[in-house]
Design a protein around this ligand. Structure first.
Ligand SMILES: [Zn+2]
Length: 246
């Protein structure tokens, strides 16, 4: 009986995640409290009451445990493979990295960042690195903190789910000022105009929110190497569009 109840709450949680974008945690709790009253009805022995799916499928669901913010099981991130499109590592809300991926900034990308920073400095602007590599676990902490403050729906517009952050690639950096006003500063304008010369693109451009899944982030740059960054910049497309996966 206990196992059956646990199963029904897992199945319930799955349904919630696929069907709505509001507070999943809240609804899950609601679901839990409803389930908590069920043992009282233990007098009616109906083994098939919880679900119509087979016991094998149920066992799989139990093994998967609770769902991650992406709606996938946490176990998914132990074995998922990184996705490369035309040799470019792609990480977004659809494509994830395994939990263990990455241990720091990519050396080539970091060197390019330093060149960009000194060029900006010579032009009279300061572009300090505000954020570089982030591990899966750190991103998880960040995301949960944002959700606690802003709720799931809002947090999803600006914070990546663990396993889905481009910062975990070691190829992405937040520079200057992590604020929308940064776009209107001299440093922000300089970055938008020159990042590609050093191998970077503004990864989440204005007007592409529906494609990237994120709000405009004038401070978040992604290293692609000068050749490709130049092409993406000239195309006026965001990375998903350029790679043909939008
Ligand atoms: Zn960023």
């Amino acid at each position: 009986m206990i196992k059956a109840l646990l199963l029904s709450s897992v199945v319930g949680a799955l349904t919630m995640v696929s069907g709505c974008s509001t507070s999943i945690a809240g609804q899950w709790l609601q679901q839990q409290s409803v389930e908590a009253y069920e043992p009282v009805v233990e007098t009616t022995p109906e083994p098939q009451e919880t679900s119509s799916i087979g016991s094998k499928e149920m066992d799989v669901l139990v093994e998967q445990g609770p769902l991650s913010p992406s709606g996938k099981s946490y176990g998914y991130y132990d074995s998922v493979e990184p996705t490369y499109v035309d040799g470019v590592l792609l990480v977004n809300k659809d494509y994830a990295l395994p939990r263990s991926y990455g241990s720091g900034e990519d050396p080539e990308a970091y060197q390019a960042l330093q060149k960009l920073q000194s060029a900006a400095w010579n032009a009279g602007y300061s572009l300090p690195m505000m954020s570089g590599f982030r591990s899966f676990d750190y991103q998880e902490e960040l995301y949960n903190d944002y959700v606690a403050v802003d709720g799931v729906e809002k947090a999803d517009t600006y914070s990546a789910w663990p396993g889905h952050s481009e910062h975990q690639t070691g190829l992405a950096f937040d520079v200057g000022w992590v604020n929308l006003q940064f776009a209107y500063t001299g440093a922000g304008k300089w970055l938008a105009a020159h990042a590609h010369e050093y191998g970077f693109i503004i990864r989440y451009p204005k007007g592409k929110e529906n494609v990237t899944g994120y709000q405009y982030e004038p401070w978040h740059i992604r290293y692609l190497g000068t050749e490709l960054a130049e092409k993406v910049y000239e195309s006026g497309l965001c990375l998903e569009e350029y790679l043909g996966v939008a």
